[in-house]
Design a protein around this ligand. Structure first.
Ligand code: 4FL
Length: 259
């Protein structure tokens, strides 16, 4: 996938492209990535990219002309690209959007600075606005890195194990189970016994239950919309029975009692 970033700070991306999985993805050609400097497309003598807001107020607004010229130049390099503005006003990025984006041939990510970009630009030259969450950054660069990172690792061939992206948090709608490595006891805390048994079916069951428990405690919202497997329903029913017993409730009163 071709990834072009339009930014006033292209150097911020040098370290990003050149480490770990991102670096490997670039080296093996899974992604072709470049940051283009919006300032290079400001045609006035001082390459000005911002100006004061019409109507007054604090802060500066990104001028439309340099951004429009930069987007058009990026589109020449990547004609099939979607042009995405990083913005707190956008759709909130998640793993589902990352998965959709991983099959795109190309994307152009536009990073705003200052108070925002001139509205007339977004109308004509931007296909989507994407937010990474409900907070304000000093600019869209870090948000663009978040999106590029999450999308890149979903491109086939980027991650080592054939199934490692499939097993992550969110790929099945649950948070991940806990992970352990050596030593078997660390500062008095032991690794759960089942993980040392080599009994793969039991380990899978333990992991599923731990995933469900974490999701139930930390992110119950994720359990709301999601379809459950029969095995997951069995685990939840068992918890329900154990809680009922703990609370001293009569079995007849619960759905479990209905035969
Ligand atoms: C972009 C915040 C995407 C959250 C300032 C400029 C932002 C952002 N998601 N803040 N862009």
């Amino acid at each position: 996938m071709q990834m072009l970033v339009l930014t006033l700070f292209p150097d911020m991306f040098d370290a990003f492209w050149s480490h770990g999985i991102m670096r490997k993805a670039v080296e093996q050609g899974s992604i072709v990535a470049a940051a283009m400097n919006i300032r290079d497309f400001a045609l006035d003598r001082h390459h000005v990219t911002d100006d004061r807001p019409y109507g007054g107020g604090s802060g500066m607004v990104m001028k439309p002309e340099p951004l429009a010229a930069a987007i058009r130049a990026a589109r020449e390099r990547a004609p099939a690209a979607r042009t995405i503005l990083m913005s707190p006003q956008g759709r909130v990025f998640d793993q589902t959007i990352a998965r959709e984006m991983a099959s795109l041939p190309a994307m152009i990510l536009v990073c705003g600075r200052y108070e925002g970009v001139d509205e007339r630009l977004s109308r004509d030259l931007i296909s989507d606005e994407l937010s990474i969450g409900d907070y304000v950054l000093t600019g869209g660069e870090v948000a663009a890195m978040v999106v590029i990172d999450a999308v890149t690792r979903l491109i086939p061939g980027v991650l080592g194990g054939a199934d490692s992206a499939e097993r992550d948090s969110f790929s099945n709608g649950l948070l991940e189970h806990p992970h352990y490595t050596r030593p078997p006891v660390f500062e008095g805390a032991a690794v759960p016994d089942v993980l040392l048994t080599g009994h793969h079916r039991n380990i899978e069951r333990w992991r599923l239950e731990a995933s469900l428990m974490r999701t139930f405690v930390n992110r119950p919202d994720l359990l709301q919309e999601r379809k459950r497997t029969d095995e997951e329903t069995d685990i939840l029913r068992r918890w329900q029975a154990e809680l009922d017993q703990l609370l001293g409730e009569r079995l007849e009163k619960t759905t479990l009692g209905c035969e």
